[in-house]
Design a protein around this ligand. Sequence first.
Ligand code: PLP
Length: 366
Amino acid sequence: MSRVHNFNAGPAVLPLSVVQELAAALPDYQGLGIGLMEMSHRSKPFEAIVNSAVAGLRRVLGVPDDYKILFLQGGASLQFYMHALNLALPGEGTDYVITGTWAKKAYEEAKRCTAAASVWSSKATNFNAVPALDAITPRAESVYLHYTSNNTIYGTQFQGTPKVDKPLIADLSSDIASRPVDVGAHALIYAGAQKNLGPSGVTVVILSPWALERSRLANATRPGGLPAMLDYALQSENGSLYNTPNTFGIFALDRMIAWVESLGGLSAIAARNTDKADRLYAELDRSAFWRPHAEVASRSQMNVTWRLPSEELEKRFLTEAKAANMVGLDGHRSVGGVRASMYNALEIESVDFLVDFMRAFEAKHG
Ligand SMILES: *Cc1c(COP(=O)(O)O)cnc(C)c1O
């Protein structure tokens, strides 16, 4: 078997040890004579998996005891609508920080069911920056402020938790579990699992007591109540088992959390991610041949984006990179150029391999 250097943006590289653990669970889970995907979501063994995944996430992320953790479906894209539907009533103000494509989609969905407004945007500079942590001013009438922690497509990232005196809602899809986060400073966090926590098809939602209370209020106030599948309070009362969840995905997430803990938890993971990002940004800053997209103060450790002097050279770079066993480096069409995604499971060796390749490419074409 030969695995290539995988810089995919999501779904993305997983640790080989975890992939092997998942594969082993498919034909026969723990000697039960049936495979992981063949057992009831209401069985004892699966109940143990959900409980372990919830407890593991709580430990690793430092989720306060009075917060709830849910595993839902529909991706982060369903959360764009669901958080707004549950947390604000029709006509109530909600605030959005527009730092990229995903942030804008959250805002567009929230407009369907609340009086949503954009309170900050970097659209004019093609989303090359996020605001400073104390630079966002929510509207007095707004119920909450929503931000996107890491902008997967543009390669920018908030360097910490924004400071605002409103309940904070965060999309952590592409940097959850990559560094310590102050969960208690948030009213609600959501994240699709497919970047740092396993396969697609599971969405982590972390709810504060305030968020649950708001969900109950929305259910009582919105005409006809909330649709069952979109009701945080109902999902919470059923422990993520209101209907059949993605059992395989939740098992994978549990194994990913165990892997993070085996490396020493979030501070160790963060040090490793900083090391990887430093190596790549040092190369991007070494020569004017590379044209990094993000402003220095907004740089992402998860997704790094840059252009080359011409589209012709970019094409050549990507073709040669592929031939050298590196995949997933094509930039998203809205930025162009190159994007290297470096989620938790990407090894330092893959970053060094890319940097060596870049130096050789620049020497040849620069
Ligand atoms: C990938 C991504 C999404 C979309 O996730 P889906 O699970 O495909 O809906 C949303 N937000 C961010 C920040 C992402 O990186």
